[in-house]
Design a protein around this ligand. Structure first.
Ligand code: NAD
Length: 495
């Protein structure tokens, strides 16, 4: 299959974006120049000087002013909803440009970029836009015994929390940014978004589209820069009422501590080390495509990606044989070629970290089966299937976030449950079996925010998503998705 040729509209984006989008306009950062790199070629596609601390403060001041004068929260909910639906339409209209930008900047398959980064994002945007008109509270008549005859009516109001700092990772740059920006806007908040310094391009385009949709200037601002500089300045700005963060557990903890210091609200969607339990009755031929997709989608750079399989011994040999064939046959190359299943990782830094994890697993005595080798140029890592790793090996405990899957046989399901839960993480897990009774008994015993059965990875805007244990705090999605961006005010009226 031939590679997609970049649309002229993709090239033109680089001519107009700046590192900051404040009050409805781009401006240049005054900090260190960040190189934006195409992971498939290692070419520098743009240089964006990062936003300095004072520039971040200016972005927050813009969002704060927009919040205080109610230019957004003061609109009728139906108007906010209409504008956010229009925003979704514009992302859909420009979907091919956004997908190509995501492939160019992140390295991912153009198929994934079209279907997930754009397609799923648009559906998510529509779901959340509709919630803008469904913000409700509760009402009650109060009974206060010490004031005889007094009549009291009480109700609650869900009010926007204020200025939101949205901090996003690089694996699904635009989609995860929207997972924060959309509910914040639907709730009536204003936003300063900091995308990952590796993948800032689509976030900047989103801000432009929001203006075109009718979101007033100042309501949605973007600052580009590294976490330790731009990100820290954002989290520490006292006007930030809420930090909504998706990224690694290590960064999430640091941000949580800083936010807690001044009681800013925060929610964290963090890393995972997601297990699958394969029961003895499972048919390897049937489940291997699903397991392989769960582990290697987006080259393993998925927070919910499958990374450890525990399989009851009778099914082990068949499973390993099938997984070897699957991994061995995966094509590896540029994301712009839609036939390539494994694509470059996001950066040289991440490529090195993943390769180090694989090397350490081998040094620790595990056997590593490698798939096809990628092109020399580009941040490629061949897919890897690890067997024989000790339970306490790093490859079994630490998030790798690359195309690596380990498989361990177990004598019984008790051992599988113990090993699956023996992790500081608890984002997602799956059970693969046709034995409904056994499966249903296992579901409550798994420590994970999402448990899949005979599948692994799908998310839906209407299904809460988040982590147990060190995989996070709070939930995205679901009918209560706006709760993370509102305060509850109780009102008591005597009459
Ligand atoms: P990261 O923690 O390195 O960075 C995430 C974001 O935080 C980036 O924008 C970064 O610049 C910023 N940042 C870093 N240090 C900061 C600081 N001190 N203050 C403020 N901001 C700071 O994560 P990453 O490498 O970009 O993303 C990969 C990680 O994200 C993986 O651990 C993955 O599991 C996780 N993730 C989780 C989910 C989820 O929904 N649970 C989804 C996607 C990714």
């Amino acid at each position: 299959m031939t590679s997609v040729s970049l649309l002229p509209a993709v090239e033109s984006v680089f001519g107009r974006i700046g590192s900051l989008f404040i009050d409805g306009a781009f401006s240049a950062g005054a900090g260190e120049a960040l190189k934006i790199i195409d992971p498939a070629t290692e070419d520098v596609i743009a240089a964006l000087p990062e936003a300095t601390g004072s520039q971040v403060d200016a972005a927050v001041a813009s969002a704060d002013a927009a919040f205080r004068d109610k230019r957004w929260s003061g609109l009728r909910p139906a108007d906010r909803e209409r504008i956010l639906f229009r925003f979704a339409e514009l992302v859909e209209r420009d979907g091919e440009v956004l997908a190509q930008l995501e492939t160019l900047n992140q390295g991912k398959s153009i198929n994934i970029a079209r279907m997930v980064d754009v397609g799923a994002s648009v559906e998510y945007m529509r779901y959340i836009a509709g919630l803008a008109t469904k913000i409700t509270g509760l009402t009650l008549d109060m009974s206060i015994p010490i004031i005889p005859g007094g009549r009291y009516h009480a109700y609650t109001r869900a009010e926007p929390v204020g200025v939101v700092a949205a901090i996003a990772p690089w694996n699904f740059p635009m989609m995860i940014a929207l997972w924060k920006v959309m509910p914040a806007l639907a709730a009536g908040c204003t936003v300063v978004l900091k995308p990952s310094e590796f993948t800032p391009v689509t976030a900047l385009v989103l801000a432009e589209l929001a203006i075109e949709a009718g979101v007033p200037a100042g309501v949605f601002n973007v600052v580009v820069g590294r976490g330790t500089t731009t990100g820290t300045a954002l989290v520490q700005n006292p006007a930030i009422a809420k930090v909504s963060f998706t990224g690694s557990t290590r960064t999430g903890k640091a941000i949580g501590h800083q936010a807690l210091d001044r009681m800013a609200r925060f929610s964290l969607e963090l890393g995972g080390k997601n297990p699958a339990l394969v029961l003895a009755d499972a048919d390897p031929a049937k489940i291997i495509p699903g397991l392989a997709a769960a582990a290697f989608l987006n080259s393993g750079q998925v927070c919910a990606a499958l990374s450890r399989i525990y399989v009851e011994r009778p099914a082990y040999d068949g499973l390993i044989e099938g997984l070897r064939q699957a991994v061995g046959s995966m094509t590896i190359g540029s994301g712009r070629d839609p036939s390539m299943q494994i694509n470059p990782l996001v950066s040289a830094q991440h490529q090195n970290a993943v390769l180090l994890n694989i090397a350490r697993a081998e040094q620790g005595g595990a056997h590593v089966f490698r798939g096809q080798t990628g092109p020399k140029q580009g941040f490629y890592v061949s897919p890897a299937l690890v067997t024989g790793a000790a339970a306490d090996a790093m490859i079994q405990r630490e998030e790798v976030f690359g195309p690596v899957l380990s498989v361990t046989p177990v004598d019984d399901i008790e051992e599988a449950i113990r090993l699956a839960n023996d992790s500081p993480y608890g984002l997602a897990a799956s059970i693969w079996s046709n034995d409904l009774g056994r499966t249903m008994d296992l579901i409550p015993r798994i420590e994970a925010g999402t448990v899949y059965v005979n599948t692994h990875v799908p998310v839906d805007p209407n299904l809460p998503f988040g982590g147990y244990k060190q995989s996070g705090l709070g939930r995205d999605f679901g009918p209560d998705a706006l709760a993370a961006y509102t305060e509850t005010k109780s009102v008591c009226v005597a009459y």
